[in-house]
Design a binder for this molecule. Structure first.
Ligand code: GDP
Ligand code: MN
Ligand code: MN
Length: 249
């Protein structure tokens, strides 16, 4: 088994209003069923999801949390504004965003943007992925899968990896349940989160710093299906035992 993964060259600094599909298609010749993986930070920039810190007036609550966590009260306010639910307030803000994505600081990022501004996550990453996939089709007539990623920390382990926060033209998992292992045992649990595995693979090539390579094409792994949305990866509250323990504890 093998596949190829490569960065798309010559992506400019992305600004509000930029057409990412057009930029990508100008710099790479895509094939049917390629997986186009895009760092959320450039999707957010293209969508104008960038806020000057000077425009944020922190509430008393944000000021209190920021003091406790030794953070910037304006960033804390932005996190609160993006969040539907606060799961952990300290030592860092772990929240559920309005898209049901549980992550630290609502994915708000002060890196790869000029100082004094922060990048929020795209408003609707599944919708962004769908729009980009459709725009790529209308430019190239190629049917691709799109994955929008963010770099996240994990519970229980140090270090960060790329995860999928918005997808289109691919299903979140490859379900092995009901199939058999080498010894004929029926698999009962295995439901592989392929979009996170691909996101982590792409993130290896993106880098986190000054590389300027926010788009990776994965070729030779054909997971294309007509499907939308990452949400089935997010536990419903009733099934999320870790969240439950955190909130109760
Ligand atoms: P995140 O994981 O979505 O938060 O994105 P990162 O900040 O880790 O950036 C991922 C990659 O995209 C790195 O190689 C950055 O240098 C690159 N990057 C970020 N913003 C831009 C941009 O506006 N233009 C280009 N060309 N690269 C960018
Ligand atoms: Mn990020
Ligand atoms: Mn990153």
């Amino acid at each position: 088994m093998h596949f190829n993964a490569f960065t798309v060259p010559d992506i400019p600094l992305v600004e509000r209003g930029d057409d990412l599909a057009e930029i990508i298609c100008k710099n790479i010749r895509l094939c049917d069923h390629d997986i186009v993986v895009i760092a959320s930070t450039v999707v957010a920039k293209a969508e104008g999801r960038v806020t000057p810190l000077a425009a944020i007036a922190p509430s008393n609550r944000a000021i209190t949390i920021a003091e406790r966590n030794e953070g910037d009260p304006r960033v804390v306010q932005a996190v609160l504004d993006e969040s539907e639910d606060i799961i952990l307030e300290s030592p860092f803000l772990l929240v559920k965003t309005r898209n049901d994505n549980i992550c630290v600081n609502a994915g708000i990022d002060g890196s790869n943007i000029d100082s004094g501004r922060i990048v929020l996550l795209p408003e609707d990453p599944d919708g962004s992925a769908k729009n980009i996939r459709e725009a790529i089709f209308s430019i190239t007539a190629k049917t691709v899968s799109v994955i929008i990623t963010d770099t996240n920390g994990r519970a229980f382990r140090g270090g960060q990896i790329g995860v999928a926060i918005g997808i289109s033209g691919i299903t979140p998992t490859r379900d092995w349940r009901g199939s058999r292992d080498l010894f004929g045992n029926v698999l009962e649990v295995a439901n592989e989160a392929i979009v996170d595995e691909i996101a982590a693979t792409a993130n290896l090539l993106f880098g986190e710093g000054s590389d300027g390579t926010p788009v990776v094409v994965v070729r030779g792994l054909d997971f294309y299906v007509k499907a939308e949305g990452v949400r089935e990866l997010y536990f419903p509250e009733s099934d999320d035992v870790v969240r439950d323990a955190l909130v109760r504890g």
